[in-house]
Write a protein that binds this ligand. Structure first.
Ligand SMILES: Cc1ncc(COP(=O)(O)O)c(C=O)c1O
Length: 384
């Protein structure tokens, strides 16, 4: 067989795919695996998609349609207190593509990015694809899964180019406070580093307020903010996200974007422009439902002996499974086979996620309740 690159063969093998495939194939499985909203896109978005169907067959300008970038400037000012202009924005095929482009334009071979661990499973492979080196920064449950800015100095050297952060976070649900973000901003400025701030779940916060590190004074040269329509508007399949950051870097990303996807889908950009103006009630309905499920799930998980910190954002819980097992993959696969409940092993999110499982509450409350009854049986049977 002809050669396959080491870049590919060295990529970590995600078991989540296999588990979720098994769960999707067997309709009797109760899945707490999904990483995307279970809601349909709000009605006005569906109507706009139909309306634009006749007029979207052309490419869009690389880097984004002007009207969308102008609408995003207003959105970023109003919602995130980030003052910017269209030249500082790139629209991409989901925020994942924006992260890929930022990595390509910031990191040369063997340069380093500090990456919280556990964290979103898209980060490590993205950095590794470009032969950049992700340096794991351990997050701990007993520190509320917060990143500790004062620890970062031990990991920064001349090869370090960026600090990855994610607030609200997947898989822990952690929301970083303004104080921590200010401390991180100081670290970035003092060491001339970028902060890559993934804010995919910015609108899914409960009891806390989301703060964008890019809104802090003097950070416009240091922060690349990644946001998306995927989670807020339940528009994952539209593949439209964006990054805002220093204009030179955004221009470099735009040039590279010509060779990745050329442009984000035209219809998605047209719909996204209008989505920014739909009534907030459509987002609130989803957020309130997630909140209800969150409270239920956290209570049940703790009651059955899987200690879980109450998440303040996103739609995941991250639970300590030490009452049963040290190995999250074994826990998840035994649970799937014995009780037909799918969860994601914590190790999928990095080595420091071992000993935990992620449950998603982007699924119907009725399913969550049944899944928890089955998980309770499983824990009782295997408790050590
Ligand atoms: C933390 C985080 N960032 C980014 C993404 C990717 O989002 P997008 O659909 O905008 O590419 C996800 C998707 O699950 C995510 O959980």
């Amino acid at each position: 067989m002809p050669h396959i690159s080491e870049r590919y063969t060295d990529l970590p093998e995600a078991t989540i795919g296999k588990l979720l495939k098994l769960a999707a194939e067997d309709k009797t499985v109760l899945s707490l695996g999904p990483g995307e909203p279970d809601f349909s896109a709000p009605k006005p978005i569906v109507a706009l998609t139909k309306k634009f169907a006749d007029t979207c067959n052309h490419y869009s300008p690389t880097g984004g349609r002007t009207e969308l970038k102008e609408a995003l400037v207003k959105k970023l000012k109003k919602d995130n207190n980030i003052k910017t202009n269209p030249d500082n924005i790139i629209v991409t095929c989901g925020s994942q593509e924006a992260l890929l482009l930022a990595t390509a334009c910031v990191c040369d071979v063997s340069e380093q990015v500090l990456v919280p661990n556990p964290s979103f499973l898209g980060y490590l492979p993205t950095f590794e694809l470009f032969n950049a080196f992700p340096v794991p920064i351990q997050l701990k449950a007993n520190n509320n899964w917060d990143i500790n800015p004062s620890e970062l100095k031990y990991y920064i050297d001349k090869k370090t180019k960026a600090i990855m952060i994610n607030t609200p976070a997947n898989p822990t649900g952690n929301v970083l406070s303004k104080k921590i973000l200010e401390e991180l901003a100081d670290v970035a400025r003092d060491n001339n580093l970028y902060i890559f701030s993934d804010e995919a779940y910015e609108k899914l916060v409960y009891d806390k307020k989301h703060v964008s590190v890019g809104s802090l004074n003097g950070m416009e040269d240091y922060v690349v903010t990644f946001q998306t329509f995927s989670k807020t508007y339940a528009m994952c399949g539209y593949r439209v996200g964006y990054a805002v950051g220093p204009s030179l870097l955004i221009e470099a990303m735009r040039k590279s974007h010509i060779y990745t996807t050329l442009s984000a889908p035209t219809i998605s950009q047209m719909v996204a422009t209008k989505a920014l103006t739909i009534d907030n009630k459509y987002i609130e309905v989803m957020r309130k439902e997630y909140d209800k499920r969150r409270k239920y799930l956290v209570k049940r998980l703790n009651a059955i002996g899987l200690p879980t910190i109450t998440p303040n954002g996103a739609f995941y819980t991250f639970s300590d499974i030490s009452a049963v097992h040290d190995q999250s993959f074994k826990f998840a696969s035994d649970l799937l086979h014995e009780q037909k409940v799918a969860v994601v092993p914590g190790k999928e999110f990095g080595s420091y996620g071992e000993g935990y499982i992620r449950c998603s509450y982007a699924t119907d409350l009725g399913i969550i309740k049944k899944a928890m009854d089955k998980m309770e049986k499983f824990v009782k049977k295997h408790q050590r």
